[in-house]
Ligand binder design. Structure first.
Ligand SMILES: C[S@@+](CC[C@H](N)C(=O)[O-])C[C@H]1O[C@@H](n2cnc3c(N)ncnc32)[C@H](O)[C@@H]1O
Length: 190
């Protein structure tokens, strides 16, 4: 995943993202699915002593870029919008910076909660449309070009508003970078 998106995100990674990944990934436990695994940037933040199995899903799971880890990872090619798993399969699902680029965000979120067990944990970080009107208009204005050069990333999505409609308990919830990034750890009610 060596594209303009990665290069533009690098300063954000060291200023903010890494810190929030470190805060929320230790909540992952049991049978874990990470969707949009990419190059595995979250791996170093998991507590593998709490993890029984780890499945990494991406459009192309890119095994050749697989980071070295002592923990066995099952790689699956697939789309978040059509997860190739039974209902209630995972104790934890992790999604970071993926909902911006899926084709159908509502379907992706509904698939995540379909395969997450009742009482299971969903961990996420997303960038969203800014709240400040001037900034929001700027994001809307450049979205077309940004989308083109980043291979499908959208600056205008609001996945947090969809999540609010699900029956969830929030364990961690917050935002950073002027509310452009939202993160959370939620559990699906039993
Ligand atoms: C911006 S990268 C984020 C990578 C990593 N999760 C992170 O936090 O940096 C988005 C990843 O989502 C994957 N992706 C995009 N659309 C997808 C979809 N519909 N289903 C599964 N993976 C998808 C891309 O291939 C890419 O690896």
């Amino acid at each position: 995943m060596d594209n303009i998106y990665d290069r533009l995100m690098k300063p954000l990674e060291s200023k903010w993202l890494n810190e929030y990944r470190k805060l929320i990934m230790p909540y992952a436990h049991g049978n874990v699915l990470e969707v949009g695994f990419g190059t595995g940037v979250n791996l170093k933040h998991y507590d593998f002593s709490s993890i029984q199995s780890f499945t990494a899903l991406d459009l192309d799971s890119k095994k050749e870029f697989t980071p070295k880890t002592n923990y066995p990872i099952t790689y699956v090619n697939g789309e978040v919008e059509n997860l190739p798993f039974e209902d209630n399969s995972f104790d934890t699902i992790v999604e970071t910076l993926v909902l911006c680029s899926v084709k159908d965000m509502n379907k992706a979120i509904s698939e995540i909660f379909r395969v997450l067990k009742p009482g299971g944990t969903f961990i996420f970080i997303d960038h969203v449309l800014p709240e400040k009107p001037l900034m929001a208009n700027a994001f809307k204005g450049v979205n077309f070009i940004w989308n083109h050069f980043t291979g499908g990333c959208n600056l205008t999505r609001q996945p947090h508003l969809i999540l609010d409609k699900y029956n969830l308990n929030f364990i961690e919830k917050g935002s950073f970078a002027d509310n452009i990034f939202r993160y959370g750890v939620v559990s699906k009610k039993e």
